[in-house]
Design a protein around this ligand. Structure first.
Ligand SMILES: [Zn+2]
Ligand SMILES: [Zn+2]
Ligand SMILES: [Zn+2]
Ligand SMILES: [Zn+2]
Ligand SMILES: [Zn+2]
Length: 626
C-alpha cells in the first residue's frame, strides 16, 4: 500500500504537473488525503469557482468494455461496421481495415497475444472473448511505475471479476505472472473504470478507461464535479458549482436522475458499497420524489416513500394518509413496473409519447424516475431523430404527394344519403388525360375502387382524349375557384376519417402534431431542468444537454413564427450560452453547439433572418466544419 505522499507524487507525475508547471493549463487547487468516507479522496485546498478545470486525466489503460452484451467492433478504432470486420490471422482480434491492422495499437496487442502458445488453431479463438479481455490484456504493456500506480488503486477481489481473463486460458497457455496481473487489472477496472463517451451520433463499441486520478474521487449522489472527454481520450474534470476550500470533491457512479433505491442497489452490485450521502438519507431526495410510488389506498392522492431510505428493507409510508406498506410489496410493484417498461419499444417515438402522455402516470406519480427517464428520452428524440426532425422529411414527402394529388386526383362520387365525406383517388393512367371543359369521356367509379373511362361521344383517330377536372355543368368562375379550394387540411381530414391513413397520417395531421410536439419538447425540458435544479446538481452535464434542447425548441419556435422573436430572444441566447459553457470541448456534445452559440448566442449582431438562417443549414455546415 502506497503512502499518501507516494501516491500524490505518482499523481503529479501522471498528470505531467512536475516538469512543466508553468506551461500547465490549470493549477491544482486540491490534494489527496484520507476521506471520512474511508480510503482516500481529493480535497479542495482553495475556493474553486463553478466551471473551473480541476484536472485533465488520461487513461493508464483503455479498451473495449468487458460486458458480454456489448456489441463487438474493431479493437483499434471501435467501429461497429459488421460486414467489414475480420480476425487478425496472427492473434484473432477483430479489425476493420488494413490501416487499423497496421496501427501501433494493434502491433502492441498482437505482439502480446501472438506470443502466447495457443491451444487451438488461432482462427478458432473466440474473438468476442478476446475483445472482452483486451483492456486487461493491455495492462501487460504498462511500465513498472504505471503498474505500481494501477495496483495502488482500489480493486474488487471477488470471483465474479476477471472471469474473461480466466476464460482466455481455454485458448492460450499464458504465463502465470501475466494471468495474475491481468486478473488484478480486471478487478481494478471493474472498481474504477469510467465508460468513455463516444462522439455525438456515432455508433461505436463501448469503451472504458482507467483514469487513475478521477478514480481517486469518491462517490456522491449529488456530485460537485462533472467530466467530459476530448478526442484524445483525455478526461477533463470541472467543478459544477463553487467548492469551498477543505471540501471533498465527488464524482457520481450512477445516473443522476435515478431514485434512491435504484442508485443504492446499482452501487452495491457494481461498487460493493451502500451510499449514505445526504441525498440518500432524505426520503424525498430534496423534494424531487424521484422514487415515489402512488399510495395503495385508492382514494388517496399521496405518494409512498421509504421511511428509512438508508435501510434497504425499510417499510414505505404515504405522506398524505400515513398508510404503511412493507418493503416486499414495494419490491413486487417495482418489478411489475420494470417489466411494463421493458415491454416498451424505445425505438418507437409515437409509442413512447403515448405511453408518457396517457398511461404511465396512471401507475406512478409524475415525479417518479421512470416518468423522468421517459421525459429525457422524448427530449433527446423530438426534433432530432430520423422522421422526427424539425423539418420533417415525411412532411416534404407529403407535400410532394399532395402536389401530385392536387393536379392528378379524381373526386370519387359517394352516395349522398350516407353523408360520407368525399373521397378522392389517384388513378395514374387517367391522370394523363388533359382537361377540357367539354370532355369527350366520362368516368364510372366501381365498387372495387376502379375507375372506368368511357368515350362520351365518338372520338376520331388522332383526336386527344380529354377528361373534365370539374363539374362541367358549372359556369367558368366556379370551375376556376374549385381548383384553389382544396386545401391541405381538408385532404388530411378526409384521409383520416376514412381510416385510410398511412401510419404517418395526412400532412395536416403531422403538421399539427409537430407544433404540438415542439411545445411538448419545450415543456419536458423545463420540467426536467427543474428536477435537476432541485437536486442541487449545479452545472451538471445533463443540465447542459437539457439547456441545449430547450434552446433548440425555442429557436425553432422563433424560426417558424418570427413575430415571437423579440419575446423569445433573451431566452434563446441565454440557454445556448449556458449550454455552451457546460458542453464545449466535449466529444459527445451536439455538433452544431458551436455554430448555434455563435449565431444564436448573446453578442451576435447579425440581423434576425440571418441568425435563423443557420437552422435550415446547420446540419450541412456542421458537417463541412469537420
Ligand atoms: Zn478499425
Ligand atoms: Zn494481430
Ligand atoms: Zn465488484
Ligand atoms: Zn447517495
Ligand atoms: Zn395515502
Amino acid at each position: 500500500m502506497l503512502s499518501i505522499e507516494q501516491l500524490s507524487q505518482m499523481v503529479q507525475a501522471h498528470l505531467g504537473l512536475t516538469n512543466n508547471a508553468n506551461e500547465a493549463q490549470y493549477t491544482t487547487k486540491w490534494i489527496i488525503k484520507e476521506s471520512p468516507l474511508g480510503g482516500r479522496g481529493i480535497f479542495a485546498t482553495e475556493d474553486i469557482a463553478s466551471g473551473e478545470v480541476l484536472f485533465v486525466d488520461h487513461p493508464l489503460i483503455s479498451g473495449p468494455r468487458s460486458g458480454a452484451l456489448i456489441r463487438r467492433g474493431c479493437t483499434v478504432c471501435s467501429k461497429l461496421n459488421t460486414n467489414k470486420l475480420f480476425k487478425c490471422h496472427k492473434c484473432s482480434l477483430l479489425l476493420c481495415s488494413e490501416s487499423c491492422k497496421n496501427s501501433s495499437v494493434h502491433d502492441d496487442d498482437c505482439g502480446i497475444i501472438s506470443g502466447w502458445h495457443s491451444k487451438v488453431p488461432i482462427e478458432e479463438v473466440d474473438a468476442a472473448l478476446l475483445s472482452r479481455a483486451l483492456t486487461a490484456v493491455r495492462a501487460l504493456l504498462l511500465n513498472e511505475e504505471q503498474k505500481r500506480f494501477m495496483t495502488s488503486l482500489q480493486a474488487h477481489i471477488l470471483p465474479q471479476h476477471g472471469t474473461e481473463v480466466k476464460e482466455l486460458q481455454q485458448y492460450f497457455e499464458i504465463p502465470e505472472g501475466d494471468v495474475q496481473l491481468m486478473i488484478l487489472a480486471s478487478c481494478v477496472l471493474d472498481a474504477n473504470a469510467f465508460q468513455i463517451a463516444t462522439s455525438y451520433g456515432k455508433e461505436e463499441m463501448g469503451k472504458r478507461g482507467l483514469y487513475p486520478v478521477s478514480s481517486l474521487m469518491n462517490h456522491n449522489c449529488v456530485p460537485n464535479t462533472r467530466y467530459s472527454y476530448n478526442s484524445d481520450l483525455q478526461m477533463i474534470v470541472k467543478a459544477v458549482k463553487p467548492i469551498q476550500a477543505g471540501c471533498e470533491m465527488f464524482t457520481c457512479y450512477t445516473g443522476l436522475l435515478w431514485g434512491t433505491p435504484a442508485r443504492r442497489i446499482h452501487l452495491y452490485k457494481t461498487k460493493h458499497f451502500l451510499c449514505k450521502c445526504e441525498r440518500c438519507a432524505d426520503p424525498t431526495e430534496r423534494g424531487t420524489f424521484l422514487a415515489a410510488l402512488k399510495c395503495f389506498s385508492a382514494e388517496c392522492p399521496g405518494s409512498l416513500l421509504p421511511i428509512e431510505p438508508l435501510k434497504s428493507s425499510s417499510s414505505w409510508r404515504c405522506f398524505e394518509c400515513g398508510l404503511r406498506v412493507p418493503c416486499d410489496n414495494i419490491c413486487t410493484l417495482q418489478s411489475a413496473l420494470g417489466s411494463l417498461i421493458g415491454s416498451l419499444d424505445f425505438g418507437n417515438l409515437v409509442e413512447l409519447e403515448n405511453f408518457y402522455l396517457c398511461r404511465v402516470t396512471k401507475y406512478i406519480p409524475k415525479t417518479n424516475q421512470i416518468v423522468i427517464d421517459l421525459q429525457c428520452r422524448l427530449i433527446w428524440e423530438l426534433g432530432e431523430i430520423e422522421n422526427h426532425r424539425w423539418h420533417d422529411e415525411q412532411i416534404e414527402f407529403m407535400k410532394t404527394v399532395y402536389a401530385i394529388l392536387k393536379i392528378n386526383s379524381f373526386r370519387i362520387p359517394t352516395d349522398d344519403r350516407e353523408k360520407t365525406i368525399p373521397l378522392r383517388g389517384l388513378f395514374p393512367l387517367a391522370a394523363f388525360l388533359n382537361h377540357n371543359c367539354v370532355p369527350n369521356t366520362r368516368n364510372v367509379f366501381k365498387e372495387d375502387d376502379t375507375m372506368e373511362v368511357y368515350a362520351s361521344r365518338d372520338i376520331e383517330r388522332g383526336e386527344e382524349i380529354f377528361t373534365c377536372y370539374t363539374n362541367f355543368l358549372w359556369c367558368t368562375p366556379v370551375r376556376r375557384y374549385q381548383f384553389r379550394s382544396i386545401d391541405l387540411l381538408t385532404w388530411g381530414q378526409r384521409r383520416k376519417t376514412h381510416g385510410r391513413t398511412s401510419s404517418s397520417g395526412g400532412f395536416a395531421y403531422l403538421n399539427q402534431l409537430s407544433e404540438y410536439r415542439l411545445a411538448l419538447k419545450e415543456q419536458l425540458c423545463r420540467d426536467t431542468l427543474r428536477t435537476v435544479a432541485a437536486l442541487g446538481a449545479g452545472d451538471a452535464h445533463l443540465r447542459g444537454l437539457l439547456l441545449y434542447h430547450l434552446h433548440a425548441a425555442l429557436a425553432e419556435r422563433a424560426r417558424r413564427c418570427p413575430d415571437l422573436y423579440d419575446e423569445l430572444k433573451s431566452e434563446i441566447e441565454s440557454t445556448i450560452d449556458q449550454a455552451y459553457k457546460i458542453l464545449q470541448g466535449d466529444i459527445s456534445a451536439p455538433p452544431d453547439l458551436e455554430l448555434r452559440h455563435r449565431y444564436l448566442g448573446p453578442g451576435c449582431d447579425k440581423p434576425q433572418e440571418e441568425r435563423f438562417f443557420i437552422l435550415d443549414t446547420s446540419e450541412n455546415l456542421a458537417v463541412s466544419m469537420k
